[in-house]
Structure formats: structure tokens, C-alpha cells
Design a protein around this ligand. Sequence first.
Ligand SMILES: NC(=O)c1ccc[n+]([C@@H]2O[C@H](COP(=O)([O-])OP(=O)(O)OC[C@H]3O[C@@H](n4cnc5c(N)ncnc54)[C@H](OP(=O)(O)O)[C@@H]3O)[C@@H](O)[C@H]2O)c1
Length: 318
Amino acid sequence: MKSMKAVRIHNYGGREALAYEDAPMPEIGKDEVLVRVAASSVNPFDWAARSGYMTDYYPYTFPLTLGLDVSGVIESVGTSSNGFRTGDAVYGRANPATNGAYAEYISLPISQIAHKPNNINHQLAASVPHVATSAWRAVVDVGGIMAGQTVLIHGAAGGVGTYAVQLAKAHGAHVIGTASANHVDYVRSLGADEVIDHNATRFENVVHDVDMVLDLVGDMGDSTQSRSWQVIKPGGMLASLVQFPSPATAAEHGVRGAFVSADVCDTPLLTEIGRLIDAGQLHPSVSSVHPLTDVRRAHEQSEGRHVRGKIVLGVADL
Ligand SMILES: NC(=O)c1ccc[n+]([C@@H]2O[C@H](COP(=O)([O-])OP(=O)(O)OC[C@H]3O[C@@H](n4cnc5c(N)ncnc54)[C@H](OP(=O)(O)O)[C@@H]3O)[C@@H](O)[C@H]2O)c1
């Protein structure tokens, strides 16, 4: 059996559970492609899965290769190719229920990939899929943000926030972001009209009557969700990717609450996001790149909860 290098876990645990080791080469089904991985990236989902927090949704079997995001080159295609060919540069997201992209090769459903945006390299492209499609779900599909509306985005400097700010701005909203002091200029550079240093200012003292709060932090981060209800205008919305908003509290405030699940990361959406990147209308952001062998340090940084943009894992120079 052919083997490759991968980062796997053999049980749930801390960062010490991450093992860089030999693993079998993936096999592809008829609707899949085998991708030689150039880069992956770290999402909070990865260390939540590693720690065993996702077992209610994904009852994993071991050993398990982590990693959702991938950019790379197609090595081989199954029987239905949907226009993808060997040698094509592609990016996409692994099925969260299966083996992931912290590896030299991955098999991916053709429905979950798109051609890599031309104007960015693989490391930037690997930073995009999960967070950009999550932001799209929240801002465009669930929020339906329109010109003239005001949006407060908590966690604006992070992976999802980076795209949420840009997308909300592109849809004509007045965007207010929260971030720590050393990320204020960064969030402004994404297009935010106002940025609140969440360590220095209680946002509820300075923000009122917004159409939508996008919560990327939750109550674990200084009761951020609970403090948000009071800043929303009647008929507005609190959308969270982190914590289910209480329907009773939403009703008390005369607003809607929605949990956003990043369940769409398919070829059409990845293609549209890639088009916006190539047109210079969306900008990916990477704060550090680590080799796969340094994955424990990459997880440590992500678990610190103050990442700017994305942490990338470089796998091969393709
Ligand atoms: N439901 C879904 O399907 C789904 C999909 C994607 C992500 N998520 C979740 O969404 C959350 C955000 O994901 P991500 O990838 O953007 O995470 P991330 O890249 O780790 O970013 C988190 C950001 O939160 C900011 N932050 C920390 N405490 C804060 C506070 N009290 N107020 C305001 N900002 C604060 C940090 O910036 P500063 O240093 O500037 O504070 C950091 O940039 C995670 O919990 C993730 O698991 C859920």
C-alpha cells in the first residue's frame, strides 16, 4: 500500500495528540478527485474536533487526519470529472466527517472544489474556503445585508470576520467591528467604518440600533452575545456562528436570533468567491505559515483566540 505523510490523531486529546506520521494514500470514489496538497489552514473546528467537542455531530473513527481547507493540484480524477482535469490547481473544503487536509494527499468530492483563484498562491488560497463561505452564509444568505443597514461584527479580525467585514461593506452596509487594540488598523483596512477596541470600550455603551449583530465570539468571550441584544433595533437580527441565540431572549427584545451553520462550501460558491478575489474585491489574509511538522504550535496559536486572518500550513511547493 502506498503511503504519505499526514498529521493524524489516534484519540481525542490536547496538542500532544497530533502526530506527524505515515498514513495510507487516500483512494478516490467515482465522484472524487485525488489532490496533491500544497497547503491547508487551521480553523477552530480543527482543535475542537481534536479535543472531542464535535462527537455529537461527527462520531469519528481513528486514526483521523484533521484539516478542512485545502489548495493543491489534481493528481487523478474519478469517473465523473465535472470539468476538472489532472494538473488543475483547485481549492476547497474537506467533508468535516472524513479524513482531512493536514496531509500530502486528500480525496475530495468534486462538488466541494473549484479552480483556485488565479491571482493568489496556494497558501493564500488554502486560507479561504471554510471562513469565506461561513461569512457568506452569515452576511449574504442569513443576514441578507442591504445597502444602508448597520452591522456590528464581533471578532472582526479573525478568519470569518475578515470576510464578513469585506462582504458586509461590499453590500453597502455601515460596518462596525470589534477587535483588540493591535487589530484595529487591520479591521479598518478591511473596510470597517468604525472599530471598537473590545478591551477598552463596552460596545453596548457606544453602539445602538444596528440592523444586525454578527456574533463570532459568543458568551465565552466576555458575555459578548448576551450584551449584544440591547444594541439591535426592533425587527433586527442577531446571527451567531458560535452559540445558539435564545429564542426567548430574542422575543423579549423584539428581534430575530439565528444560528449560522457553514454547511455550504460547494463549487458554485467557491467559484464566486474566487471570482471576487481575482477581481480584487475580496482579500484573503494570512498571519503566519507553518510547516506540517509545526502543527502543534499552529494549533496553540489558534487556541489563543487572537489570530488575525488565518494560520496556514504549508505542505508542498507546487
Ligand atoms: N457554525 C459554523 O459552522 C462555524 C463556521 C466557522 C467558524 N465558526 C466559529 O466562529 C468562531 C470564529 O471563527 P474564526 O475562524 O473567525 O476564529 P479565529 O480566526 O480564531 O478568530 C477569532 C477572533 O475573535 C477575536 N476575539 C476574541 N475575543 C474577542 C472579544 N471578546 N470581542 C471581540 N473579538 C474577540 C480575536 O480577535 P482580537 O485579537 O482582535 O480580539 C480573533 O481574531 C469560532 O468560534 C469558530 O469555531 C463556526
